[in-house]
Each structure stands twice: as C-alpha cells, then as structure tokens.
Design a protein around this ligand. Sequence first.
Ligand code: PXL
Length: 411
Amino acid sequence: MNLLSIGGSDPSSGAGIQSDIKTFDSLNVHGLTVITAITGQNTSNFGMVEPVSQKILKNQLDSVISDFKIDGIKIGMVYNSEIIKTIYRELKNTKIPIVVDPVIKSTTGGLLIEKTAIIDFKKFLIPLATVITPNKFEAEFLSKIKIDSEKSLQKAAQEIQNMGVKNIVITGLEIKKDQILDFIREGENQYKVSGKKISKINHGSGCNYSASLLFSLASGKSLKKAVKFSKQFTYNSIKNAHAINKLVEIKNIYKSIPECQTNFVFSKKNPKSIKDILGVLGRIVKTGDTVTVAGHLSYGGSEHVATALLTINKKYPDIRAAINLKYNKETISKLRKGGLLIFSYDRSTEPKNVKNKEGSSIEWGVKYAIKNSEEPPDVIYHRGDFGKEPMIIIFAKTPTLIIEKISRLFI
Ligand code: PXL
C-alpha cells in the first residue's frame, strides 16, 4: 500500500512529515511525502516557518502522483493560500480517501497556518476531505462555536460539515481522568468512541492519529472501525515509545542486554498472530556501555519475544507486554527477592519434533513453563542449551509495568 502525506517538515521528528513516515513504516506501508513548508522547531520551541514555492510543491505532487498508485492521502500543515490552492488543483478529482488534519497551532505555540489563509482552507481543502479530524480547539476555531456542552459539540460538527465535508471526527474531548473521547459525525449519524488517555501531552500525537486513520480507511474499514483502530494504535505506539525511552535511560541497563539483543513488545488486545504485536524492528542493542534503539516500532517487528507473549496471552489475556533480558543467576535471584512470580523450562528436554520445527521452541518452552501456573507469570527463563543462549523474559500488563519490574534490578 502507498500512502501520501502532504504537510510540513518537523526536524525534531515529533510531528509533521517525519512523524508520518514513521507511522506508515510501523504499519508496514510505503509512505510518500510532499513537503509544504519547512519549520525550525524542537520539543520545546517553535522557531521559523518557510513555505515552499508553488513550483516545487507542484513538482513534488506531480512526481509522486505520476509514478505511484496511491491508496490514500493525508493533508496536514498547509500554511498559506498559494499552497492550499495548488493542492486543490492537483487533487480535486481524486477518488481515494483523503484525511485532512486541520492543524492550526503546534503544541509549542507555533502558527501552522496564516490567518489570511483560513478562508481558502475552508473553501478549498475541507471539501476535498473524506474525513476531517480537528481536535477540540481546532473544531472551535473552524466553527467559531465554543464547545462546552453536548449541544454545542453537535452544532460545531454540523457547522464544519456545512463547509462541504461528510465526515467529521472531533478528537480529544476529555470525559474522565483516564479516558478520552472522540465525537464522530458521519453523514447524518452521530456517535462517540472512547479510549484510554495518555497522561502527558504529546507533540505529534494528532499526526499519529490522522495517519493511522488514513491507513485504516485505505484498507477498506468503516469510519467507526478506523477510529477505534487509530485510537488504539496511537495509544500503543506512544506508550511503548515512552517505555522504551525509559528503558534506555536505566543506568547500567547495557549489562542486561543479551548477545541476541533485546526486544520490548506491546500487543493489541486479543492478538491473533505476531503481526498484532508492536516491537522494535531491528531491536534494542548494546553499544558499549549504553544501549541504542536500532530501528523503529513496527507491528510484527519482533518474532521471538512476540511469540512468547502471544503464548502467554492465550492463557492470560491481560498480559500484553514483554521484554527479553540476559540470563544470569543473580538477576533471577534479585527478581525473586523482588517478589516476582518466576517459572522456567529446560531446553535440553525439548522434544525432537519441536527442535526441528523452526520457531516452535519458544512456544513449547513457555507453554511448558506455565503448564501448572495458577497466576500469570512475571518472569520465564531458561538456562540455554548447546548453541542456545540462556534467556529471561519479563511479562506485564503494560510496558510501563515492565519498566517498574526491571527497575528493581538496578536499585
Ligand atoms: O501536530 C501538528 C503538526 C503538524 N505538522 C507540523 C507540525 C505540527 C506541530 O508542531 O510542526 C509540521
């Protein structure tokens, strides 16, 4: 599948084009990009914006459109009227799904569209969209209606619909502390989808959401299914990425990275195969006395650790995160002292038919280890075999709980 993202460059890769490439990559689709503007920004400050010329914008669009079969388009930062009109001229006859993410301001306060371009944005870009995905602030800005009640929410969505787009998803409406709600107006129908909230505000999480929504729509899903998918996708990616950042920061963690390196995985609910499990494609590797994340997060990005998790998840569906670490006796005894529930298996007793079948050892071992378990395991290890490195796998409900368990090793 080829998906095109039209938007601004963010050198810190938290949002914009760079973030969309990462999202598309992790969904295993090919991401094409057309840059509308270059921004200078990082995680705390927004510097300059320089829009690109109409000429190079058109040339970028022509280049990808003439060469690829594009399955869906996301439009993010467009900055000025010239850019908006050029995109409109190029895409006005397109039949594939177009998600418009009407970005107005960055979380750090940078203006992503000129005030004078708003009229043309409404006139030309909104009618191009299959779905528009404003957050609460953007919906208020576009509709000029303050959203402070159910009635005003519906009215704002209707007002945006009147600008010429059939489907509106207003994201990020808070209901409870740990829940976040999206409001959807799909033609004449209205409904809400709720999901788990990420506690920290995330630069770029909106980009993540709209890019994964496009993926889901381009895969033929209904809008409701697509919204559900992208809520879960955004949550999982950010949760796992945060946990991996925390892991890398643990002092002396390099001592726990095995020869075959580490993966840190997080599963969707009720995974059917390792394709439903997010892992680091390329693994977390030891680089001297530090560790480096060598690759990006990807569904299907782990084979071994994901297989272990899949096996555990069949018996204990709440367990959705796992990591593998280097085996040694001291680590096991520290984990045991920390009160963790530990099981093991012996690879030298592995039946021949399992040994000969590529990739079946882990499933066999994990099943064997928890054969008589009455509670979900925190840890499963084996001491290796001829030519097989010994290994520890830690399990938990979430990536954050994995970090908590590992942190006990280094106090
Ligand atoms: O998240 C919205 C967004 C989109 N595109 C670019 C951005 C931002 C936010 O900072 O910089 C280029």
